[in-house]
Design a protein around this ligand. Structure first.
Ligand code: A3P
Length: 298
């Protein structure tokens, strides 16, 4: 459905929701979301916003359906193939309703919720989950440009204002630090969780697809894997109108494209030397777990 962005309730305010900053677009459907009935073969793609959700969503979509239903690749936008569980922006169909209606098996469902917000049926059904994490500096930069161009997100303000807010966790879906750590901790007790890194995907997409296949129990041919690795490269996704969000009404591509840069290290074009020092100091205090390490350059 197309929506006139001028008619929408537009930019939302952040508020504290069970200890996490959120906007009403992601909490209005809370009861229904919490009562969502997951199926054992559902796959949950979980990320902090701007960590590579669309990239991994498209990889999974191609792995499961690229050969089985090739017409899907040329007719349905990615945001209708993969349901965004918590989104609720009337008159668009809610993510929960879309998930309920997905005709595929498995159903691919994405969420930006911190781990403690995931509906309990996903855990009860022992669903497989893929978490993608991205280094905080690039994640912050990507989120800044996303909030500039996405009309339902809070106003990002200028870069220095956004920089402070990010460190304070005053972002939709809360603190990056809590998010990546919360999901990392969950991995220790929940074996059906595959935790992957954006930087690894950039470094060697084929290797990461192999790991995903291993986790999901899939064995595509080498030819098929190569086809997928090629189709999901940044330049190809940027050109592909069914995965680049160019058909999604609430984004203004004149401000910034959704497929923006797709790089590790773009933070260097945004952080001042002083900001970098302040950030690193604060990071050390918040990221105490030595087993969770990020790369800010490769
Ligand atoms: P940038 O803004 O740094 O370019 P999400 O899908 O979670 O919203 O994440 C979007 C970010 O992932 C954007 O980052 C986007 O360019 C990047 N991205 C999407 N597909 C990609 C790909 N195939 N290769 C590299 N980066 C990709």
């Amino acid at each position: 459905m197309s929506v006139n962005p001028d008619k929408m309730d537009s930019r939302a305010e952040l508020f504290d929701f069970h200890g996490v900053s959120m906007t009403h677009y992601f909490t209005d459907n809370w009861e229904n979301i919490q009562n969502f009935q997951a199926r054992p073969d559902d796959i949950l793609i979980a990320t902090y916003p701007k960590a590579g959700t669309t990239w991994v969503s498209y990889i999974l979509d191609l792995l499961y359906f690229g050969q089985k239903s090739p017409e899907r690749e040329t007719s349905i936008p990615i945001y209708e193939r993969v349901a965004f569980l918590e989104i609720c922006v009337p008159p668009l169909e809610s993510g929960k309703d879309l998930a309920d209606k997905l005709p595929t098996s498995p159903r691919l469902i994405k969420t930006h919720f911190p781990v403690q917000f995931v509906p309990k049926s996903f855990w009860e059904q022992k669903c497989r989950m893929v978490y993608v994490a991205r280094n905080a500096k690039d994640n912050m930069v990507s989120y800044f440009h996303f909030n500039r161009m996405t009309m339902i997100q809070p106003e990002p303000g200028d870069w220095s204002n956004f920089f402070q807010k990010f460190m304070e966790g005053k972002m939709v879906c809360g603190s990056w630090y809590d998010h990546v750590n919360g999901w990392w901790k969950k991995k220790q007790t929940y074996p059906n969780l595959h935790y992957m890194f954006y930087e690894d995907l950039i470094e060697d997409t084929g290797r990461e697809i192999d790991k995903l296949c291993c986790f999901l129990g899939l064995s595509p041919s080498t030819e098929e894997k190569n086809r997928i690795a090629c189709g999901v490269q940044f330049d190809n996704m940027k050109k592909n109108n069914l995965v680049n969000y160019s058909t999604f009404a609430i984004m203004d591509f004149k401000i910034s494209p959704f497929m923006r840069k797709g790089k590790v290290g773009d933070w260097k074009n945004h952080f001042t030397v002083a900001q970098n020092e302040e950030f690193d100091e604060d990071y050390k205090k918040k990221m105490k777990d030595p087993t969770l390490q990020f790369r800010t350059e490769i």
